[in-house]
Design a protein around this ligand. Structure first.
Ligand SMILES: C[S@@+](CC[C@H](N)C(=O)[O-])C[C@H]1O[C@@H](n2cnc3c(N)ncnc32)[C@H](O)[C@@H]1O
Length: 190
């Protein structure tokens, strides 16, 4: 057992600290639904996971994963995360957490990646919808084409958040090869 974990596992440890049963949370990039299932286990039967992906295949795959695990407390949308404010019901607000896992759907079309412009739009919306004490976690992958500029842009966006309103952390395995993934954690303070 290593003394400290990979970025995605570190994100999970932090999310466990800020999500409780009955909370509403968002998976902004559903993909195959691994993160959504993780979130569903934290919010429990009384909570809600709202999920977004632009690809029908991802929404289907994530839905299947939830069904296979007898999870019912979810609402998934085939919709860009930048539009989340249009569909999240009032009673779900404010959110306890918003989880982003950028990049492409594994084992699918690698040209369908998250894009800097819409990711930044979604982050602007997410930080408003978050409750005090809530967290945005953002896995960034600078190692693929397009991922480099997106990762740099979201890192700059996070660094520019005002210190009186947000705490921002960046975590990576620093000596890993080939532009390793990194995690941004954004806690809303008030
Ligand atoms: C790395 S995968 C997510 C992995 C996923 N969280 C899981 O647990 O399997 C990134 C996903 O973001 C999706 N995506 C791309 N642009 C998006 C957008 N504007 N809004 C929501 N999802 C988007 C892709 O279709 C892809 O499925």
């Amino acid at each position: 057992m290593p003394a400290f974990s990979k970025p995605i596992h570190f994100a999970q440890q932090v999310l466990k600290n800020c999500i409780g049963t009955g909370d509403c949370v968002v998976d902004a990039t559903l993909g195959n639904g691994h993160d959504a299932l993780f979130l569903a286990n934290l919010v429990g039967e009384k909570g809600t996971v709202i999920g977004f992906d632009v690809q029908a295949a991802a929404v289907q795959s994530a839905t299947l994963r939830m069904q296979e695990h007898d999870v019912t407390q979810f609402n998934f949308y085939q919709l860009g995360h930048e539009k989340m404010a249009e569909v999240i019901p009032e009673e779900c607000l404010p959110l306890a957490a918003v989880m982003f896992n950028l990049g492409y759907l594994p084992n699918a079309d690698k040209s369908l990646i998250t894009k800097e412009y819409t990711t930044l739009m979604a982050l602007d919306v997410a930080q408003v919808l978050l409750k005090a004490g809530g967290v945005i976690s953002l896995m960034c992958y600078p190692g693929h084409e397009g991922g480099d500029t997106e990762s740099e842009a979201v890192s700059e966006w996070a660094a520019s958040l005002p210190r009186e309103g947000f705490r921002v952390a960046k975590y990576a395995l620093h000596n890993a090869p080939n532009n390793p993934p990194f995690l941004l954690l954004i806690e809303k303070l008030k």
